[in-house]
Design a protein around this ligand. Structure first.
Ligand code: SF4
Length: 446
């Protein structure tokens, strides 16, 4: 059934395409912590004035540059809290960018306001994660789908009803359900209603924010297939946000990996999955659950927590969790010596082992031989701080201050002196699969 009410088809869109549909240049979104009327207010009667404002800056998205080509699906993946949804909302100007340019067909969205912005909004739509809460339970499905059209002054009542019914059919629902309420539908069906609502204003670009993560796996594939079919038919461009790499693999043409507000890797899908170059991407891929029952669950699960975006690490933001942190040039360490030192530093920082003697620590982490030179002396000092038989750490091996001192010594001497802490990485690589650009923010790819 053809959509009668002037939805543009893929061919029609092809005619006016030239260059990227969307370009992000240095886009940042920072929040003041405790924003809101009284957010961040501090009361201290011993100071004058006794009330002050403490606004720590949360760097949710920092200096992101990306291009999205017409008709493609760019998957955006990363752990929860890494800034994916904030980026999606900032692109649509549901959140105001703190910095940078968002160019849609070459026009900077940040320059638009009032009627111009309202008009442009019909081109840019969003589908949210939770199909339950994003549909007003008091409205009938037909009204829900027609609402954006009404807001944009599209068509008359009859035309809107015709389009709503056609879209219901397009998304795989029965047009006779036009007068039903959302509660009568399953989760997957409700997400299809969301899809129809987003498409009602004939958008060109849709931000899909975890649209299938609340659905059963069997339903996920059906909804994803519908989204692919609609994309082809109407020439849609998707930014598809998900934390689940198998979903990203299903639907994306290219994939961008996000960590703590930064894009750390971008490549075509096959290149990213078959030839990942960033340690974070590799860790995410290794965390995918294994279907083989002889292997146990997820492998190589990422160590540690994502650091706070109020105090992101300098240089490479992944460095506090990176298993491949680069040795500081200040020391002349072999690969093996650095590997041992790095493992020791991480274990002390996380206190992942029981207190033991200096000899046991040397054996456990260094095979008995400490690195040579200054690096070895630093490691020996750190061991002395926590070993159960040393003068310093002896009786107070459990004393948190000794572990903290050892951690500080190791981090300041090694981690903070690594290029990973000093320079933000950004490298364009030669792809192994396909011919698309491959970007990786890792100094190992220098
Ligand atoms: S730059 Fe350094 S810390 Fe960052 S991912 Fe690469 S090796 Fe790891």
């Amino acid at each position: 059934m053809a959509v009668s009410s002037d939805l543009r088809t893929s061919e029609a869109r092809d005619a006016d395409r030239d260059g990227p549909l969307l370009e992000l240049e240095g886009v940042s979104k920072y929040f003041g912590q405790g924003s809101g009327l009284f957010g961040g207010l501090q009361y201290d009667p011993d100071t004058f004035p006794p009330i002050s404002v403490d606004r720590e800056r949360v760097e949710a998205v920092d200096d992101v540059s990306l291009e999205i080509q017409p008709g493609e699906t760019l998957g955006l993946v990363g752990e929860s809290g890494c800034g994916k949804s904030t980026l999606g909302r900032t692109i649509l100007r549901l959140l105001e960018p703190t910095d940078g340019e968002i160019l849609f067909r070459g026009e900077n969205l940040a320059d638009l306001s009032g009627e111009e912005l309202r008009q442009m909004r019909s081109e840019l739509q969003m589908i949210f994660q939770d199909p339950q809460s994003s549909l007003d339970p008091r409205m009938k499905v037909g009204q829900i789908i027609e609402e954006p059209m009404r807001a944009h002054g599209m068509l008359d009542d009859e035309g809107r009803e015709a389009r709503a019914k056609e879209l219901l059919e397009k998304v795989g629902l029965d047009p006779r359900h036009y007068n039903r309420y959302p509660h009568a539908f399953s989760g997957g069906q409700r997400q299809r209603i969301n899809l129809a609502r987003a498409l009602s204003v004939d958008p060109e670009f849709v931000v899909c924010d975890e649209p299938v993560s609340a659905l059963d796996v069997s339903i996920q594939a059906q909804v994803l297939n519908t989204m692919e079919r609609l994309q082809e038919e109407f020439g849609l461009t998707y930014l598809f946000i998900a934390h689940d790499l198998s979903v990203i693999r299903h639907i994306s043409d290219r994939v961008a990996v996000m960590y703590l507000g930064h894009i750390v890797e971008v490549a075509e899908k096959e290149e990213l999955f078959e030839n990942p170059q960033h340690p974070y991407t590799k860790a995410l891929l290794e965390s995918i659950p294994v279907p083989d029952p002889r292997e146990s669950g997820a492998r190589g699960v990422l160590e540690g927590e994502v650091p706070s975006p109020t105090e992101p690490p300098s240089g490479c933001r992944f460095r506090t969790r990176c298993p491949e942190l680069i040795a500081p040039e200040a020391y002349d360490l072999t690969e093996a010596e650095w590997s041992h030192t790095r493992a020791f530093m991480r274990a002390v920082k996380r206190r992942t082992f029981e207190p033991m003697s200096a000899a046991e620590l040397r054996r456990e982490f260094f095979g008995g031989d400490l690195p040579g030179g200054e690096a070895g002396e630093i490691v020996a000092d750190a061991i002395d701080m926590i070993a159960t038989d040393s003068d310093h750490g002896g009786e107070s091996a459990d004393d948190r201050s000794d572990w903290t001192a050892a951690t500080d010594l190791l981090l300041e001497s090694f981690a903070e002196r690594s290029i990973c802490a000093r320079e933000r990485p950004a490298y364009d690589l030669e792809p192994v699969h396909g011919s698309g650009a491959h970007f990786a923010a890792c100094h190992r790819r220098r």
